[in-house]
Design a protein around this ligand. Sequence first.
Ligand code: MLT
Length: 439
Amino acid sequence: MSWTRFSNHSTGVGDRSVLSDTLEKMTFPSSFPFLLEKRHGRRDYDGVSVTLYAGEHVSEEETIFSISEGHLDSGLRGIPVGTCQTSYVDPIEGVHYVGYPVGDLANLEEEDVIFLLLHKRLPDSDESAAFRKELAHRGEEMPNGALRVLEHLTPGSGHPMDWLSIGIMAMGAAETTGDVRVDSMNLIARMPELMARIFLLRGGHPEKIRPRNTELGLVENFVHMLGVDGEEAEMMNRVLRFFFILHMDHGGGNLSTFSGKAVASGRASVYASLASAMNALSGPLHGRANQACLEFVQRIGTSDPKEIEDFVRSELAARRPIYGFGHGVLRAEDPRARLLIELGSEVCPDDEYYKIAKALREVVPPILKEHPKISNPYPNVDLASGSLLHAIGFRKPNYYTTFFGWARVAGICAQILDERNARDGRGVPIYRPKYIARD
Ligand code: MLT
């Protein structure tokens, strides 16, 4: 198959049909040598110089990275441990799914992007329809009472991420086939119902749930099951679908994906692996940062640049975190942040929290640049996501990480499948890094 170079420029918030036309004309290789891309040459990651090789195979003996004392106890930061076919994160250009800059995919149907992550190419229209039908069918086949355990939790108890993790385990307890593809597809298909039930049960309104509608897509079904209609539903569908696609995958090494794959490498079930991934995502340094960021925006309470500057400086002086900025890999503005800000200017330009997020984008980087130890002073994906979710009607920030987790299920399942099929079907062995004994 030939490889037509994909665009380097995100198309941003654009017309879905135009994007689909453009994408259909492209052809792709059956797999992408993401980690080993020549055009990157020698790059610096967190001050560590790494040589990234060309797509052609490197011999197994060749040194691609050397470990020094400073790498120990650094959270594996920047240390290559495997290959990833679903996506890669360029420090400057951000995440690409199977070679596409994420902005080029952000206005597609979410099912087509899931297909892309699983099959490493976009579907044609027949494949797209068949894939959607399969998901709808698997959603319908949810075992009776699979989520009954959630009904026994006290409404409002714990964190919504606890409920997400428990819900995934409950689905696995009700039915695990042991076939990684089947279990992944079942989980992806049944997530909208799990999400809707968490929202309504936790909120104390289980009676409001509407039966799923097989004609609807994943995001639409969630909104429908919540009981939302009309213009409000349209807006939710638009923003949630966009959010969903932007959060589906972020390379192989982000904490939730890595944790899910680590658990899966011991041949635990897809459900156990994904519940572990959700637990990893629930930390404030990872997925829960989107909740923390909106709470931060709410504390600021003004979009006046001068007042924001004073607030940020006082937070820094008190050694408190500035949410929505910085990243472990990125060294420029996260394109997902830009795309969400652009979407906000379309759907909620006058929303107060959105205006604060937008002002933070301008005010904060120059302040953070005054601190030489801050390696990335630029906005990340969490900066505006919460303000958009708030603007479309999701008023409680503690639910925001569940949207991130729901989206990430597809990427993590796709990566687990790839690791299971690696090494000519033998699979990646059980993870077992080495720790050096110290007194
Ligand atoms: C993510 O999307 O997972 C976050 O940006 C964190 C990461 O990539 O490490």
